[in-house]
Design a protein around this ligand. Structure first.
Ligand SMILES: [Zn+2]
Length: 139
């Protein structure tokens, strides 16, 4: 006897988001620790090694870059957690299609499906510039 689950209406393909939520929370924790490490690192280096001002500044610059990367990763994680709460986790933010499960298992914070992600990587500045053609004339 086959029983259909209530949401077999095709609304959300991913019914079990708890594993993703756990993974995302771990990521979140990791990023937060990374961020506190990074804010302390240059100062600690200066104190321990008696580095020159230039060296401290160079280290601070690296730390700033890493911090920016960690912050953006954290924002992705938070956005994904929010999507779980809103029940839209696993849906592509660009085309509203399903993100492949295999992709989410590797990258639970993925906001885009593979085709949309690729499109963005190929032409990241497209949206910022002029490409808002209302009609596609590719015929
Ligand atoms: Zn998409």
């Amino acid at each position: 006897m086959i029983r259909f689950t209530p949401n077999a209406r095709g609304s959300t393909r991913i019914e079990e988001t708890s594993t993703f939520r756990d993974a995302l929370r771990q990521q979140r924790q990791f990023r937060l620790e990374q961020l506190s490490e990074l804010s302390a690192a240059p100062v600690r280096a200066a104190l321990s090694t008696g580095a020159t001002a230039e060296q401290v500044e160079a280290q601070a610059q690296v730390a700033r870059l890493l911090r920016a990367a960690a912050l953006s990763a954290l924002a992705d994680v938070d956005a994904a957690l929010l999507r779980i709460e809103q029940g839209v986790f696993g849906r592509c933010m660009e085309c509203s299609g399903d993100i492949q499960l295999a992709r989410l298992e590797i990258l639970p914070m993925a906001a885009l499906c593979m085709p949309c992600q690729r499109r963005q990587e190929i032409a990241p500045s497209d949206r910022a510039t002029t490409k808002t053609t209302p009609h596609e004339t590719t015929r």
